[in-house]
Every structure is written in C-alpha cells, then in structure tokens.
Design a protein around this ligand. Sequence first.
Ligand code: NAP
Length: 505
Amino acid sequence: MSLALTGKHLIAGAWVAGEKTFETSPAQGPARSYAVGTPGDVATACEAAEEAFWSYGYSTRAERAALLNKIADEIEARGEAITEIGTQETGLPEARLQGERGRTTGQLRLFAAHIEKGDYLDRRHDEALPDRQPLPRPDLRVMQRPIGPVAVFGASNFPLAFSVAGGDTAAALAAGCPVVVKGHSAHPGTGEIVAQAIDAAIKACGVHPGVFSLIQGGNRAVGQALVQHPLIKAVGFTGSLAGGRALFDLCAQRPEPIPFFGELGSVNPMFLLPQALSARGAAIAQGWAGSLTMGAGQFCTNPGIAVAVDGPDLQSFMAAATEALKPVDAQTMLTDGIAEAYRSGRDRISGAAGVQEVLTTTCDLRNATPYLFSTTGKDWLANEELGEEVFGPLGLVVAASGFDEVVEIAKSLQGQLTCTLHMDDGDAEDARTLMPILERKAGRVLANGYPTGVEVCDAMVHGGPYPASTNFGATSVGTLSIRRFLRPVCYQNMPEAVLPADMAV
Ligand code: NAP
C-alpha cells in the first residue's frame, strides 16, 4: 500500500481537516502539514466515544477480540507505508520499525486471546446464606467492567508500540473502552497510517465509529482539553516527567478527578556485585555499552547508572566500557528537541561537583554520541540531580566506598522502572541484602541482564513508584495492563436473567 496521507484528524470515522496546520521536522524526507487539533475536536471525539460506549462497552469478548485481530491485520497490510513514513519522521532504522510493528500487532493479538480466556474478569461469587444468624447473607457476585472513554498519549520513542495502536490503546479496546488518541507531533504521519488501519478494522467489524479517534497535536491545548474533558474516565500516557506531571496535575484538579496512568522516565540503575565484577566485568561492560547505546539511548529502560564498590575491578570495568563505547557511531535522535535536551543533560552531569569525564565525544545537531562519567558514592548521595534521567546514550558509574554505601545509594534512589543485579553465586548474600530495597524502588528487578527489551507477556510489569510512573499499582506493558481500564462492579441478589452475560459462570 502506497503512502496516502491526508494530514487530517480521524474523528469517529470521519477525516476532519483543521483550520490551522503545523509542519513536521522529519529526520529525513519532506516536511509535511498536519491539522492542528482544537478543544472543539476533542469534544466531538469524546462525545462520540461516550455514545459508542453504550454498545462497545457491552459488546461480547469475541466481538472485541475480532476487532483487535482485524486491526493487527490492517496494520500489517500497511507495513511498507508505515516503515516509509516512520523512518522519515523519526530517523529510526527500517529494521527497528519493522520489529516494532511486529511487537504492536503481537500485542493486539495477545489482548484478543487474553480477553477470550476470560480470566481478566476476575469473577467471584459468594453464594447466599439465607439461614445465616444473626443475619442472612445475600448472593454476591463481582467482576471487572470497562470504565468508559479513555485518552491515550503515545511517546516519541515508540511510534508504533507505545503510540496510536500501542499497548494503551490495545488494553483499553480489549477492556471495552473507546479510545481518543492525542497524536504525537513527532510522528503524525505514522500515526495517521495506523489510524487508517484502525478505521478500516472498525468499518469491517461493524463497530460504532466513535470507538476510536485520533486528534493530531501541534498545540498543547489539545492534550490539556482531552484530559480535562468530563467524558474521559482515565488517561494512558507515555512520555516525559515534565509533560506527564503537567497532565497528571490537570487530572487531579478536575471536578471529577480521574486516574492518570503516566509511564515516565527512569535511570534504571545496575548494581555490580563484587564476584561478578571480578569474574566477568569486561563482559558486563560490553553488554552495558550495547544496552546504553541501543536506539541512541532513547529507551525509558536505558540503564544509565552503574553502582559498585570502588577498586581495581571497577576501574577495569570502566576501561572495558570505554573501549566498547568509543567506536559507537553518532545516531540520529527522534526530534531536534530531544537532541537538545540530551546535550543539556550531558552538561548538567559533566558540570556537577565530583563528576569526572571518562569518555567524552562530540555530538551536535540531531545526533547523539555516547558519554561516560564517574563519581563517588559520597558525591552521588550529596546531589539528587545525578539521579535524574538523561534521555540518550549517557552512562554514569558510581564508585562506592564500601558495600554499606552501595546499600545507602540503593535506599536513596527514586522510583524506577527497573533495577538490575549483576551477581554470581558468591554474591548471593549481598544480593539478598539489596533485594528488599530494590523491590520497593522498581517495577521490575533483573539479574544478570539488561533492562532494554521489554517482553510483552502475562508476567511483565512496566511501571514502578513515582517518578517511573504516576500509579505504582499498574503496568503499561503486558496483559495485566488491562486492569487500568476496568473497575469492579458487585451484583447483589441479581437474577441470572438480568446479570451481564460474562457474569454467568
Ligand atoms: P513528551 O514530550 O512528554 O510527549 C508526550 C506527549 O505528551 C506528546 O503528545 C506531547 O505533545 C504531550 N505533552 C507533553 N507535555 C505536555 C503538556 N505540558 N501539555 C499537554 N501535552 C503535553 O515525551 P516524549 O518526548 O514523547 O518521550 C520521551 C520521554 O518519554 C523520555 O523521558 C522517556 O523516558 C519517556 N518514556 C517513558 C516510557 C515508559 O514506558 N515509562 C516509554 C517511552 C518513553 P506534543 O506532541 O505537542 O509534544
């Protein structure tokens, strides 16, 4: 399928032009114009989503599974067009976008299979006890029901898997919730082609068109109006801490506050325990360099910090990491703004008290090259800013004076998406000391691996305490993420003839 872009919003099955347009700044290829969204577009989409909820929210699981599978098919049918516009807009290589497309369609199909199994409804039944003394017990049943229209904000760094038909949209549609997406202004064309796929699937499945809308950005007022719209019942957001926090605050200030599931940034610390560092420090350093520079370091799970007790093994580790990072070529970043933020993050780290340069390179324009810095545990503990995310291929080694200081550093961490232990059998005691701390800090704790590469499956947690996420009880990846868009409803003494079909177990 060739590239056929309208530059319009998709609002409840209709392609709608904007009074104003904005121009893209692609990494390569021509700049294009897209409609700027308005609060009026948001209102039309939200009203259509509410109307659609009265049928879609009560549809069968088989009907919703058919829609999810059809969306996956339609995305695949547009694979070439998605890769063509996606590489232009984001600068990501073709192979990466093809892989991400597979992950996106896999996610949609996984949710289809998940809802068909029915476990997610978490149905429970306490049978009536009419003869119970001193009071009889009524018949009580509970199950999870969809919450209503959901707003979704995708991230710039996953233009497919965390965007228009990404994990949030798949989870919400699986739950029975219509979706209004605020398109990311870094990849509006990619977003539009994916919206065309969703539109085609909705029409083929005979679903109410209000089930899905895409409103292009170009103006921050769009996202602000969307999270404040009274018909929106929850928000799925993947992006920066600053953007996420601004929108979270707006949700909390609404007359009817709603949950804001913001998946934000993280520095994903790795703890290098002594036996592992001594036995295979060079191999860990090589693996770290690969993870740190993958995708120009533009991953929320990028392991930006390595913590270990100082000594010759840590010095050898740093030397090996430097050698592995040196030959990494400059990579194009997703947007000019992200490249600029990377350079200012680098300047913030390099200018901080007690920070030494280990590997410095030169990056300019929209390029990122790797940097490596080191500091002592004492300096790290004295400066909270060293624990803030730099979005790009920048590593900081924290050399602790002893294991007690490693524990202190772990305790001082902010909430993280991931924490990693590199350990051998002889490190088990240290690892057991760190585990209760790391569990409190992160949504996922790894041993002997690298956190980039988030498996989409039943057991994944992609979330964590603030600021990794604004809602530590949730995950944005994996089948458990459907829980964000459901709420339990209890049915008391309800005759079977009246109960929702899914409740009849
Ligand atoms: P971003 O700049 O926060 O943008 C995300 C979305 O929010 C965009 O649609 C943006 O609109 C909108 N937005 C941002 N600030 C806003 C505000 N004040 N008011 C209204 N709307 C606002 O984030 P990004 O550049 O896409 O992504 C990079 C960041 O995402 C990194 O920090 C990374 O760590 C994080 N991330 C986290 C995860 C995770 O799962 N935890 C995954 C990927 C990325 P515009 O289109 O107008 O810019």
